[in-house]
Design a binder for this molecule. Structure first.
Ligand code: F6P
Length: 332
């Protein structure tokens, strides 16, 4: 093997640069050429790429986002785009590809593998909705971003006896809202995996304020509802002054946490080693602190990671979800 390529695809997250750096440095130290594909699969289809050196990745470790840039590529969903992407890789002399991204990126990676490309996927998405890994790259930094924001909101909320409804990202997954809610001591985490009754929430909010509590925080995952709708319902029912904060893309940026930097390094180096060992069609993951490998087809078929005892997830992740689920359905 002489030449490999790396790309970042889908929604960016902190730690992507650190993972690219690890791929480049591991590749170079194994006498491989490393090509960086720009703007994810779109760059692959449009043949936008550059040769990466140690200098290209110097000073990138601590920077959020992805210097290769990313895109959500509609052409990669269709057969002609997938064929062109595979043909371009072959013409570029690329013998192995590392794809860093979320569920959509893994579907693209599987299509390339089916067209004869040796491919290794690294799970990267703040949503933590990718099956067969306890944590995806970027999740820990996003949680820290959320925690910082909510701590600030609590200061101002308690100065005015206010309730704040804080909306997190997560697509259809409640992980960010739930875990940050526990870490921040929020009163509720409303998540798509679990139903809630607004009347019951309002009764508890009222009781809290009658007891003399000066603030309440309700986390809501974007898949469970809109912060403004929930704030309006609370105001209508109990008349509280309720404010909202939609955290949006703020959650995706910023310097990666030490956890994400280390995870990126482990994923990046393992991906190159796997390519050198002629492995293909696998996604790397984290299970009980160890790096594990799962067949990409199984990952893509795995669908959404449920907060459910029956979910096909590694046992430790399942246990953790069960514990969090219990906390979430209680009034904490
Ligand atoms: O998948 C990551 C994610 O940040 C989701 O949490 C969110 O729903 C979506 O991407 C936002 O996408 P975009 O950046 O394209 O608006």
């Amino acid at each position: 093997m002489k030449r490999i390529a790396v790309l970042t695809s889908g929604g960016d997250c902190s730690g992507m640069n650190a993972a690219i750096r690890a791929v480049v440095r591991a590749g170079l130290s194994n006498h491989l050429e490393v090509i960086g594909i720009q703007k994810g699969y779109q760059g692959l289809i449009d043949r936008q790429y550059e040769l990466l050196t140690t200098k290209s990745v110097s000073g990138k470790l601590q920077v959020g986002g992805t210097f290769l840039q990313s895109a959500r590529c509609l052409e990669m969903l269709e057969e002609p785009g997938q064929r062109l992407a595979a043909d371009n890789l072959k013409e570029m002399g690329v013998e192995g590809l590392v794809v860093i991204g979320g569920d959509g990126s893994h579907r693209g990676a599987l299509e390339l593998q089916n067209r004869g490309i040796q491919v290794i996927a690294i799970p990267a998405s703040i949503d933590n909705d990718i099956p067969f890994t306890d944590m995806s790259l970027g999740v820990d930094t996003a949680l820290n971003n959320i925690i910082h924001a909510v701590d600030c909101l609590k200061d101002t909320a308690s100065s005015h006896d206010r309730t704040f409804v804080v909306e997190t990202m997560g697509h259809n997954c409640g992980y960010l809202a739930l875990v940050s809610g526990i870490a921040c001591g929020a009163e509720y985490a409303l998540i798509p995996e679990s139903s809630y009754r607004i009347d019951e929430i309002c009764e508890n909010l009222l009781r809290r304020f009658q007891e003399g509590r000066d603030n309440s925080i309700i986390m809501v995952a974007e898949g469970a509802g809109k912060a403004q709708d929930i704030a309006d319902q609370i105001k209508d029912r109990v008349g509280f002054e309720t404010r909202i904060m939609v955290l949006g893309h703020y959650q995706r940026g910023g310097s990666p946490s030490s956890f994400d930097r280390l995870l990126a390094a482990r994923f990046g180096v393992t991906a190159v080693e796997a390519l050198l060992q002629e492995e293909s069609g696998i996604m790397l993951g984290l299970s009980c602190g160890a790096i594990v490998k799962t067949d990409l087809g199984k990952v893509v078929r795995g669908g959404r990671r449920d907060i459910d005892e029956k979910a096909d997830a590694p046992v430790p992740a399942r246990g953790m979800y069960k514990c969090l689920y219990c906390v979430c359905t209680l009034y904490v």
